[in-house]
Design a binder for this molecule. Sequence first.
Ligand SMILES: Cc1ncc(CO)c(N)n1
Length: 239
Amino acid sequence: MSFSQSLIKDAQPYLEANKRNSFIQDVISNRLSPDVLNYYIQQDLRYADAETIVQTQLITKSKTIEDQRLFADQLSAHLRTVSDLFEALTKNVKQDWSNQRNQTIQPVTFLYREHILSQVREGSLLNVLAPFEAGIWMYIELGKYLEATGKIKSGNNFYTWVQDVQDPDLAGPGGISNQFLAIIDREAEKADQAQLAYVRKQFLRSCLLEWYFWDAASRQLTWEDFDKLAFKNDGSGLL
Ligand SMILES: Cc1ncc(CO)c(N)n1
C-alpha cells in the first residue's frame, strides 16, 4: 500500500465522524440555518486565505520547475475560483457579499489555520503539503457522501458546495487531489520513519480539525463564547 493510501485508510474513522457531524446532517435534511451557513462562509474565507499562503510555500519549497509550475498553476486556479463558491453561497444567506471577507478569525478557524501554516517556516514540501491535502481529501469525500444521499437538490442552500467539491479538476482521477497524493508518495520515499510518523499525525490532525470546523459553525462559536466559559469558571469545561 502506498503511503498516501495508508493515510487515507487511517483517516476513515475521521471521515465517518465528519459525516455524522450535525452540520453535514443538517445539510442532508435541508435544515442548515442561514446563520450557521453564514458563519461557515465567513470563517472558510479566512481558511481559504491560509490556503493561499500554504500554496505560495509549496512553490517555494519545490525543488523542480515542474513542481513549481504545478503548484503555481494550482494557486492561480485557487485565486481565480475561491470567491465564486462563497459568493454563490452568500446569496443563500441574504447577506451582502462585500461584508463577507476579513471577518474576525474565530477560535477553531484560528487553530486550523495555525495547524496548516505551522510547517511554513521549517517544514519540508511533504510537511506543508500533507496537512493541506487532508482538508481537500475530506471535502471531496464529504461531497461524494452528500451526493450519494440523493437528497441534495438545487433548492438546498449547500447545493453549490456539493457540486463544487466534485469538480473533476479537483476530485477526478487526474484531478489536483490525486496529483497532490502522488507528490506526497514521491516525497515519502525520501523520508525516514520518524518523519513519516510525524506527517501521518499532521494529516490526521487536519481531519480532526475538519470535524471541529463544522462543529464550530453549527454552534457559531466565537472568542466571546471562549471568554464566557472561562470566566464562568464553574468547572463545567470548554464545550
Ligand atoms: C475547512 C476547510 N477544509 C478544507 C477546504 C478545502 O479546500 C476548505 N475550503 N475549508
